[in-house]
Design a protein around this ligand. Structure first.
Ligand code: FES
Length: 161
């Protein structure tokens, strides 16, 4: 594997003012591509490439779904909670009459990172969790190759790249 071990040290990513103005910003921290989002007064940091097939999440819509603020991937519309990267989906039970659509969890799919503010500056500390999370597949050099393959498929299918 080519991925570096994160230090967990807070890394400066910009001033609060500039990140609020931008609303969404991409940074590479210790070799990891991170998307920083400012939404409804809160900063979030999560892996910049979607856990499903590596699409950039930069332009994904944000909606409250099942009581959680979620980012929706532009490519295949997978949904993930901004706060903890939990994948969520809506489904009905086939035998339930009348069918009622409810939100369900797929577990944590997108790695999220800690954001802190000190004196008007914003810092991101990479997650130190050793557990594999699906979005890990699209980070680093191996991840870049995986993204390029998935991007080629998306171009062929006329999906956002
Ligand atoms: S839903 Fe994000 S790449 Fe498929």
């Amino acid at each position: 594997m080519d991925k570096k071990e994160p230090t967990g040290e807070p890394q400066f990513v910009g001033t609060k003012e500039e990140l609020i103005t931008a609303q969404r910003s991409c940074r590479t921290i210790e070799g990891r591509d991170i998307l920083i989002i400012y939404n409804q007064g809160v900063f979030y940091a999560l892996d910049a490439w979607c856990h499903h097939a590596g699409a950039p999440l930069l332009t994904g819509d944000i909606e409250e779904l099942g009581g959680k603020l979620c980012l929706i991937c532009p490519r295949h519309k997978y949904k993930m909670a901004l706060a903890d990267g939990e994948g969520v989906y809506k489904a009905t039970k086939p035998k339930e009459q009348p069918p009622i659509a409810r939100w369900y969890s797929k577990g944590i799919k997108q790695r999220t990172h800690a954001v802190t503010e000190t004196e008007g500056n914003i810092y991101v500390a990479l997650s130190l969790s050793k557990s594999y999370i699906d979005s890990d597949s699209f980070q680093g050099e191996d991840g870049k190759q995986a993204r390029e393959m998935k991007n080629a498929e998306a171009r062929r299918d006329g999906l956002p790249v």
